[in-house]
Design a protein around this ligand. Structure first.
Ligand code: MRU
Length: 362
């Protein structure tokens, strides 16, 4: 079933109470098929994150938070004694947090859920009694989910207020599919549209996994917003036409200095935007910032399998002898970013002082 015309799809949902399960909209099957993956154990959660059934930095954070609830339920179902149950929970939480390395939201969410119940990977004390623990973990995971909805709404509002006239060029998918709410960069687009602004969205197809063509175009069509899909390599030609008012993208990790990791191809797009004098914006919640590092070269970049490049959908497009280079993300230096739109306001200019000032707001 497709989401109703005009409404945003839901990517992550928890069904039932503390002994319930997680359901993820399987994004590998979109746009052709709307199917849900049921996660009742930790390996299924990890597989779903690694294979991008659930994807987008905030959404994998939300899923990771619920994954911790599942890890606690697993320990209870196995009737493990308290100390072994705790060991299982912490080991499973670490495995979930490490499932994908670049988006900081995943580890942030897992650690926040543990912290909210008084646990951390470094603490070896006995946990709360089982039922209380499960309920407390679920409350913490739900809070991250609910909070993400609110953050998306705030980002959409701040971004819509600064969006210049003209068409919008975006990369990858940053909508409801990628978050627990309405999206980040795409929430800016949908909020501006709801305000009565009119434009066309140009969606880079986003090789090699086509999140732009498959997911962003799908979401915008559901919303009734005009969208044109282009090959990533057509972006320079499009920018040269002068019809693009701004580029806006999401982020997987932003340093204290504003350097931003996002889907591979984002850096190239930012260079092109600068060459054509087109403002380049990033939209992301505060949970995407990693203030422990300043320089973007310190961001761990996920490298994925060769087959995604050489055999899309199982069809070989390169000789078997060819090797493939498949970084999933790249880093755009702060100097190429006109502003970073967060739920606490817009960081502009993108400097370390301004990042600290805006994120310091409550
Ligand atoms: O590999 P993906 O599809 O998880 O990459 C997603 C992106 O790069 C998004 O732009 C980013 O996570 C922001 S989503 C609001």
């Amino acid at each position: 079933m497709s989401p109703q015309q005009g409404t945003a799809p839901v990517s992550v949902r928890w069904v039932g109470g503390p002994d319930g399960h997680l359901e993820l909209l399987d994004q590998t099957r979109l746009p052709g098929e709307v199917a849900w993956v049921e996660c009742r154990d930790v390996p299924t959660v990890i597989e779903a994150i690694r294979s991008l059934r659930v994807r987008g930095a905030p959404a994998i954070g939300v899923a990771g938070g619920y994954g911790v609830v599942i890890a606690a339920a697993e320990a209870r179902q196995r009737n493990l004694p308290p100390r072994e149950a705790l060991t299982h929970l912490l080991a499973a939480a670490e495995e979930i947090a490490a499932a994908r390395p670049t988006a900081v939201n995943l580890r942030w969410a897992v650690e926040r859920v543990l912290r909210e119940v008084g646990l951390s990977a470094a603490v070896g004390e006995a946990p709360l009694p089982a039922t209380d623990l499960d309920a407390a973990l679920l409350r913490a995971a739900r809070e991250i989910h609910d909070e993400d909805k609110r953050l998306c709404t705030a980002i959409g509002r701040y971004g819509a207020d600064l969006l210049p006239d003209g068409d919008i060029l975006t990369h990858c998918n940053t909508g409801a599919l990628a978050t627990g709410g309405d999206g980040t960069a795409l929430a800016v687009v949908t909020t501006a549209w709801a305000d009565g602004r009119r434009f066309r969205v140009w969606a880079d197809e986003t090789r090699p996994l086509f999140q732009g063509a498959r997911l962003t175009a799908w979401e915008l069509v559901q919303r009734g917003i005009p969208v044109t899909v282009l090959c990533d390599s057509a972006a320079a030609h499009l920018l040269a036409t002068g019809r693009i008012g701004c580029c806006i993208v999401g982020a997987d990790r932003i340093t204290a200095g504003g350097d931003t990791a996002n889907k591979i191809g984002t850096y190239g797009l930012a260079v092109l935007a600068a060459a054509h004098g087109v403002p380049f914006y990033v939209a992301a919640p505060s949970s995407t910032f990693d203030l422990s590092i300043v320089d973007g070269t310190e961001i761990p970049i996920e490298h994925r399998g060769a087959a995604e490049v050489t055999s899309p959908w199982g069809r070989a497009i390169a000789p078997p002898e060819a090797e493939a280079f498949n970084p999933a993300f790249d880093v755009t230096p702060a100097r190429l970013i006109r502003g970073i739109i967060t739920e606490r306001g817009v960081i502009a200019p993108v400097t370390q002082a301004e990042v600290a000032r805006v994120l310091g707001r409550r």
